[in-house]
Design a protein around this ligand. Structure first.
Ligand SMILES: [Mg+2]
Length: 275
């Protein structure tokens, strides 16, 4: 299906009435947190992660919401804080949750530590133990993460050496510290002393902001943790076709931008009474 942008816009379906009603209810909340996933929710997916940007209409609606009283806008992403700050292009006072809830930068600039001193010591000890194994395999390298590190083997030419390195570091890690979170990826294994989800990130923001009503929307599996952290009076929206616990769904970032525009209009029309 191809269409000129103008024609496409003309045929854009109206918001689902149940969702529209839920947006209008949320807009009347005395305090509101608009916390959103970035990639695939505000920004269409692109090949180069650094090139991702929120749709202009979504970005404009977020800036306008941010300027309203008793209204906080936040981004909640799997990206590192640094990466999220770069692509998000939000004012400094907008809280950011990175690394799936592990890294939190609050609106006043305070950055909550992703790891305790004990966490860091566990990670340091494990890293010391694994380093000789990794150094012995040409092309293998370690990447520091907020509460752990990853061992990468993507550019190891000897596939058998790469496989046995992964096996060896997993065994060493298990022998030293069985309580670590271990995550396998393609040509990478990640060890972390602390695990977090987008739900944890949302709970931190909600607490710091004095229990506002929350809009959370996301497109990916990890967003389900955020959706599950919602309570009565909040609004959860799934973006795209994947399975979800969210009571509402929109098709894509363009439809999500229309949700934000409606929320903005409704909150402007009927501003919250400050308590
Ligand atoms: Mg996403």
């Amino acid at each position: 299906m191809t269409a000129e942008p103008a024609a496409e816009a003309a045929f854009e379906p109206a918001l689902d009435p149940a969702l529209a009603a839920a947006i209008d209810r949320l807009a009347a909340a005395p305090a509101l947190l608009v916390a959103l996933d970035f990639d695939g929710t505000l920004a269409p997916e692109v090949d180069d992660p650094q090139a991702a940007r929120a749709l202009p209409e979504a970005h404009a609606a977020l800036l306008a919401l941010h300027a309203l009283p008793a209204t906080t806008v936040a981004l909640v992403s799997g990206r590192s804080l640094e990466s999220l700050a770069a692509v998000g292009e939000m004012p400094a006072k907008v809280p950011l949750v990175g690394s799936h809830g592990l890294e939190v930068r609050l609106g006043d600039g305070e950055v909550l530590p992703a790891a305790t001193p004990q966490d860091r010591e566990r990670v340091r000890l494990l890293r010391l133990r694994l380093e000789p194994l990794v150094d012995a395999v040409p092309g293998a390298w370690m990447e520091q993460k907020p509460a752990g590190f990853a061992v990468h083997t993507r550019i190891v030419e000897d596939a058998a050496a790469a496989a046995s390195l992964i096996e060896a570091v997993r065994a060493e890690a298990a022998a030293q510290d069985a309580g670590l979170t271990v995550r396998d990826g393609k040509n990478v294994v990640e060890f972390a002393a602390r695990d977090a989800t987008k739900g944890d990130g949302l709970r931190v923001l909600r607490e710091r902001l004095g229990q506002p009503a929350v809009l959370f929307a996301g497109d990916d599996v990890t967003d389900e943790d955020g959706l599950q952290a919602l309570v009565d009076g909040d609004l959860g929206i799934k973006v795209g076709p994947a399975g979800t616990v969210a009571p509402h769904r929109v098709a894509d970032p363009r439809a999500m931008a229309r949700v934000l525009e409606r929320l903005l209009d409704a909150r402007r029309e009927n501003p919250p009474t400050t308590r």
